[in-house]
Design a protein around this ligand. Structure first.
Ligand code: ADP
Ligand code: MG
Length: 323
């Protein structure tokens, strides 16, 4: 009985969360007048840009990566990660695209493979930093690489280069903190848009890739000994900590779990769902979510002590000078 009540409460919270968070739905487009503007293929995805006669534009994204000639469960789970990441973005009030899911088996204008999952995205304004003519944006590098493929620790996670870039725009610490918070290792310049000096995030399908908060802890411990950060970088790091503290308060672990479970359920990655054979992917990514969250709590402590140590180290030469 106790469990049943708990289950009902959890479901109610889930429904409330999703109603609050969802701002686009499959009804946003006027299906009678919709037309496909153009289609692009990236390395892993096929993306159709659609519009209707009212002038509203959206895009449909599908992962078209195959393994041995068939679409893999991993490719389908990418859309769960896209939805999860975007729900967190929206929950935290960060500027970025809004996403909803188009279920497997449902045809939709611009959906290339009706039998598979797809995501419907709102279009963000402006252009990506990779296409920006402004020199400032050409030098931004905030991708937090995972370890592996022969990469050195110094180039992964919250590297010196990422901290350096974070200082270039007041919105970047929040965005870097978001990626750390949800383990998204794919924030290249093409996945960050700019319009009137406001930054917008897109492409969240690499959320829950890796425990990036743990990597950030490792980086900070190394950086502590090198004393190599300048004042703007230290200020950006402080803003990064403030952002993490806000995220932990606003979107707590229960909320993250609910958003993740909801994304899995909508896509059919549940017992008895269309992708029930992919439950191992649910477990794998849920574990990353749990571990990354625990590491975020440690990271906040590491950042605090980092700031304290840095201010002591920088005060030392001054104190010695006085003696
Ligand atoms: N919400 C969006 N608003 C505007 N353009 C977008 C949006 N989403 C994707 N695009 C465009 O499509 C490209 C590929 O989309 P993206 O989601 O990044 O796919 P991939 O995961 O293959 O990199 C982006 O680099 C961008 O130019
Ligand atoms: Mg991309």
């Amino acid at each position: 009985m106790k469990y049943r009540i708990r289950f009902v409460i959890a479901c109610l919270i889930n429904i409330m969360l999703v109603t609050i968070v969802h701002s686009i739905s499959l009804e946003v487009i006027d299906q009678a007048s919709v037309y496909i503007k153009h289609v692009i293929k990236t390395q892993k995805n096929v993306i159709s840009f659609i519009a209707d006669k009212r002038g509203d534009s959206y895009l449909i994204k599908q992962n078209n990566k195959k393994k041995n000639g068939v679409f893999s469960l991993n490719s389908q789970f990418k859309m769960v990660r896209e939805l999860f990441g975007s729900l967190v973005v929206q929950y935290l009030g960060i500027k970025g695209h809004r996403v909803c899911l188009i279920p497997a088996g449902m045809p939709y204008p611009g959906k290339q493979y009706a039998a598979l999952l797809a995501t419907l995205h709102s279009i963000v304004p402006g252009s990506s930093l990779s296409k920006s003519y402004k020199r400032l944006y050409r030098n931004v590098f905030i991708k937090q690489w995972s370890l592996g493929r022969g990469r050195k620790l110094k180039n992964c996670g919250l590297s010196l280069e990422v901290i350096h870039s974070m200082a270039m725009h007041s919105m970047l610490p929040d965005i870097v903190a978001l990626d750390t918070y949800i383990g998204n290792n794919d924030r290249s310049r093409s996945n960050l848009f700019e319009h009137n000096n406001i930054l917008y995030v897109i492409d969240m399908d690499c959320s829950l890739s890796y425990n990036l908060a743990y990597l950030a802890c490792c980086q900070l411990i190394t950086l502590k000994n090198n004393n190599c950060l300048n004042p703007p970088e230290l200020a950006a790091l402080k803003h990064y900590r403030y952002a993490l503290e806000r995220y932990v308060k606003k979107c707590r672990i229960e909320n993250l779990r609910a958003l993740f479970d909801n994304a899995c359920a909508q896509a059919g990655f549940i017992e008895g769902g269309v992708f029930a054979q992919g439950l191992h992917l649910v477990h794998k990514h849920r574990q990353i979510l749990e571990e990354n969250y625990q590491s975020v709590l440690e990271l906040i402590e590491v950042l605090r002590s980092f700031e304290d140590d840095y201010s002591v180290q920088n005060a030392l030469p001054y104190a010695l000078h006085k003696i």
